[in-house]
Each structure stands twice: as C-alpha cells, then as structure tokens.
Design a protein around this ligand. Structure first.
Ligand SMILES: Cc1ncc(COP(=O)(O)O)c(C=O)c1O
Length: 412
C-alpha cells in the first residue's frame, strides 16, 4: 500500500509546534491524572474568561428554541455576508454599547474573528507581500499567515517593548519597516500578550502612514470591552478609509464557543471577504445571528449590555491591578508591564532562565501553575500570565505568585 503524503504546509506546521500547545498537553494530563501531581492546578495559561455571559443571552437562546418557526428558520443556511437584520442590529450595538458609528454596508459577519482574519489575509495579500506585526504579537496571526499564504509573505516586526522592558512604540521604527510591498499592518488593541494600548497620536500616525503609503491597518478589537484607562478617541470615531476593524464577540459577550465576529471595512474588502467565504464557510452561524439580532435590536437590551460591560470592566480592572501589584511586590525583578486592558500580565523571567518554554514547563511540573511562554508571542525570556480563568477566584493569583516565588528561589 502506498500511503499518500501530507502537504508541505502541514509538514511545516507539524515540525514547528506551538510552545503553548505543549503546555496544554501537560494541563490535559493533569486533568486526567491529578493524583500524579502534588498540588491543585492553577491555570493561568489561556485567555478564556471564567465568568458567564450576560443572562439576557440565555433568555433569548431559550426564547428562540420555544418558537418552532424561528427555530426552523435558524437551522437553514444564511447569506454569506451575514443576515441583514443582524447586520442592521450591529449598527445599534456599536452605537449604544461602544459609542461608535458604523454603516451597515461596511460590515461582513464571520465565524469568529480567527476565521475572518484568515479571509482578510486572502483578500489583501499576494505572494511576496509584506505584513508588519507588532512584537510581542498575538501568536495566531503568524500561524495563519504561514498557512493561508503558504509561507509566501514576508513578516516584519515593529517592537513595542524597549530594552529596559518599557512599552514605547516608535512611529519612526514603523516608517523604516514599510516598503512599497507593505500591504498590511496588524495591531491588537488592547494587546495580547502585553495588555497595552496605543495612544491617540501613535495610532493616528499609523493610519496617516497607511494613507500616505497605501496599506491597510487591521485593528483587532477582541479586548475593546476591557480597557482600564480612558478610552482612546480613535475607538469612538468613524472608521478611516484604510482601517479594517476586526470585532470579536468572543470575549466581550463571553461566547468564544459561538464563533461570532464581524469586520467593519471598506466595501471593496467586505465584498472580497464575502466572495472568499462563499468558498470557505458558506455562511456564518445562522442560529447565533438570530439570537444576537433579537437582543441587539432592542434599545433596552443594549443598555443592559452596556451596563454589563461597565460592571465587568471594574471587576477585571481590579483583578488586573491586584495581579500586577502582587508581581511588583513579590518578584520586582520581573519588570511586569502594568495592564491597561485585556486579561494579561506580561513579564520578564530572563534573569532566572532564558528559555520561557523551559520556565513554564518546569513551573507547571513542580508547582502546577500554568503560564504561557513568551517565545510563542515573539519575545523569548518573557512569560504571559492570564488572570481571566480565575477572575471569579482572584485569591488563586496570590497562591500562584507564592508558588512562582518558591520556584524561582529553587532555580536562582
Ligand atoms: C488578540 C486576539 N484576537 C483574536 C482572538 C480570537 O478571537 P475569536 O474567538 O473571535 O476567533 C484572540 C483570542 O484569544 C485574541 O487574543
């Protein structure tokens, strides 16, 4: 029997596993055999919020199930671009919950922002194109660029953190990276893993440069509901022409499993993404759109969602601050970045161990605390602590930092 071979890109992916995936293997083993490990696991590895979705989501989910006609309708295929009433309701959702004006013709709905981002890559990049990502970066962008473009795009890195460990993005550095082949600059605001926010001058400077040189700015807003400082004005104004705004509902509505997202972009990009998705997904989830449209099309519900955001922002900000303060007091050498948003504290462990993967592996094996290695985000010597999985049990963070301190004492 002759066994057919795998593609080149899958051989490449298999031989370059992500460090986080390997940590996850140990976490899975812990779940199956906790008796093998001396202490209960404290999982601070992933970016999944622990708290439940707003109750109104469950109410409308049940309501849809109780109406046979609507239920059957929601089982059918939908339009590739997204259901018209859902898109219409997004205009109100943006306005009431996030103070932003958008037009319905600049929206295309997706099956989660990861899928939609992949479609944006196909819609905007050619072999040989250049893409600038900020460093540290959200690790999936690189994986997706490699897979979607068969490793035929050139990725350049715009450093966000200087040698002293300070977040200090510099527009001149970006300017030096941009060439006539640059098609896309990707920004996540607030960032993952650094939890920082570009200020108005830097952000508008990037969009000015995009207009001057002719590239797109893909702004990933997955954590926009988790901003612990003043909201920058670029988050409240209308989209500028070269901006592609990627909205994920995974975190802000606590529904990562529903795979709900949308892109707000130039109509040419929306049309291209829609055509590409006709061949990839056929349509976003009809059921999810039906549930969300029934919520978003009512002003009182939108107010409820806005209040939910405001309340949870306070809760997350408290846990963010507590985590940062505790690291500062117990491990001051780690140069932790103070979170301005998102769920993460990113800090430097290079003084104790150069390999972030080895640090995370050993910490997990000896102390059962799971963190994510910075290597996967483009910064060796750093690690990411996610407080989202314990946001309802913040005392676990004290315990995790106590264990980390003990571990560091043993390796020092
Ligand atoms: C910056 C960033 N963008 C996008 C995503 C993925 O979002 P989605 O669930 O919409 O695919 C994540 C997930 O952690 C993320 O951190």
């Amino acid at each position: 029997m002759v066994k057919p071979s795998l593609s080149e890109i899958s051989r490449y992916a298999l031989s370059h596993p992500s460090a986080i995936r390997e940590i996850m293997t140990i976490v899975t083993d812990y779940k199956l055999h906790p008796e093998k490990y001396p202490k209960p696991l404290i999982y601070l590895g992933g970016g999944w919020p622990q708290d439940p979705p707003p109750p109104i989501l469950l109410e409308h989910y049940k309501r849809l199930g109780e109406n046979r006609e609507h239920f059957i309708e929601s089982c059918r295929y939908g339009t590739t671009r997204g259901q018209p009433d859902f898109i219409e309701s997004l205009v109100d959702y943006e306005k009431t919950v996030f103070d932003r004006e958008i037009e319905d013709e600049e929206v295309v709905v997706g099956l989660g922002s990861s899928e939609l981002t992949a479609a944006v890559f196909l819609a905007t990049l050619d072999p040989g194109s250049e893409v600038v990502v900020t460093r540290p970066y959200y690790l999936n962008y690189l994986r997706q660029l490699e897979i979607e473009l068969q490793r035929n795009v050139r990725v350049k890195y715009w450093n966000m953190i200087d040698e002293e460990g300070v977040f200090s993005p510099n527009l001149d550095e970006l300017q030096n990276l941009v060439t006539h082949n640059t098609r896309l600059v990707i920004l996540a605001i607030p960032g993952n893993p650094d939890s920082q926010i570009l200020d108005d001058d830097v952000y508008e400077g990037v969009v000015d440069l995009a207009e001057e040189k002719g590239f797109w700015v893909l702004t990933d807003l997955a954590y926009r509901a988790f901003i612990y400082t003043d909201i920058p004005s670029y988050m409240r104004r209308k989209r500028r022409e070269n901006e592609l705004l990627m909205v994920s509902l995974s975190k802000e509505l606590r529904i990562p499993g529903w795979r709900a997202s949308y892109l707000v972009a130039d109509t040419s990009v929306c049309k291209a993404v829609e055509t590409i998705e006709q061949a990839r997904t056929l349509c976003p989830s009809r059921l999810v759109q039906e549930i969300l449209a029934s919520i978003f099309s009512d002003k009182d519900n939108l107010k409820i969602l806005r209040e939910f955001n405001e309340r949870s922002k306070v809760k997350y900000a408290q846990v963010a601050s507590k985590t940062y303060q505790s690291l500062l007091q117990n491990l001051p050498e780690t140069l932790a970045l103070k979170p301005k948003g998102s769920f993460y504290v990113f800090f430097y462990i290079g003084k104790y161990m150069q390999s972030s993967k080895e640090f995370c592996d050993k910490l997990l094996k000896t102390e059962q605390v799971a963190l994510a290695p910075g290597k996967d985000f483009g910064m060796e010597g750093w690690v990411r602590l996610s407080f989202a999985p314990v946001v309802e049990e913040p005392w676990l963070i004290d315990e995790a930092i106590r264990r980390m301190k003990e571990f560091i004492e043993t390796i020092r």
